[in-house]
Design a protein around this ligand. Sequence first.
Ligand SMILES: NC(=O)c1ccc[n+]([C@@H]2O[C@H](COP(=O)([O-])OP(=O)(O)OC[C@H]3O[C@@H](n4cnc5c(N)ncnc54)[C@H](OP(=O)(O)O)[C@@H]3O)[C@@H](O)[C@H]2O)c1
Length: 271
Amino acid sequence: MTDGYRGVTALVTGASKGLGRAYALELARRGARVILLARSDGSLRELAAEIRERHGGPDAEVITGDLAAPDGPERVLRELRDRGLTVDLLLNNAGAGSVGPFLGRPLEPQVRSVGLNVVGLIVMTHAIGAELVARGSGGIINVSSTAAFQPMPYQASYAATKAFVLSFTEALAEELRGTGVHVMAAHPGAVATGFFDGTSATIDSRAADTPAIVAARTLDDYARRRAASYPGRAMNRALTWPPRLLPRTVVARVTGNLNRRRRMHEVVDLA
Ligand SMILES: NC(=O)c1ccc[n+]([C@@H]2O[C@H](COP(=O)([O-])OP(=O)(O)OC[C@H]3O[C@@H](n4cnc5c(N)ncnc54)[C@H](OP(=O)(O)O)[C@@H]3O)[C@@H](O)[C@H]2O)c1
């Protein structure tokens, strides 16, 4: 399905690599004009050139910014205004998270990831959401995770940020029902990206979906006006159901055991 993206201007946060890069490429393939946002200016410019080469169409815009910095989201919003860019689809994809025992890992990256995954996301949503409602069209996709559905020992602060994104997005979707603005959460399972780069943790490639497939399915679900997207393999979605039914202490115990089996309690940074 490609319907609904031609002529749309989409702001993709975290577009320099991984899933965000795949979202930007897929949006451009479907005819959208993309605004690429991340901290790595060089990677964004290379992607903009690749989009021009592969898909032609309107030039991709590049905005370099740090959404975890205290004034980062405001600076990005100011740049959008100064450049006269109007966003029809906000794709809040940028995200980060620590892995390993909460008390045994440095605090600063965890605080920064809460700033990015939670504060950056709601500041962008507040400003752009108001513009969308005023125009009565467009939408927001918030990238959450299957990690949102249960507490996750050894990814404690990360899973908590994704639970925030899940709850926030469901509530906002209901508030905006009938305004013409569609709000959807996407819940990928494991995706083959560099999410754990710099640590001894790895993503099992046999259990991971490709960024391209996850991006395409998310955009199909948004085009169908779904409330939520589970863009990975079917098992990922099925595994979100037991945590909704079982006592939370049991869920935390089971998840902790699984993550210990994956040696996540022993994760270290790589030099
Ligand atoms: N990989 C998975 O298994 C998985 C599963 C479920 C959900 N997700 C979610 O999918 C999203 C993308 O993850 P990914 O796997 O693609 O991760 P990734 O490969 O590490 O990419 C993260 C992206 O976010 C950007 N970013 C990081 N910090 C930023 C900041 N302070 N300000 C602006 N941009 C920032 C990075 O660019 P710069 O470094 O250039 O800023 C990069 O473009 C995240 O929300 C993640 O939680 C991932």
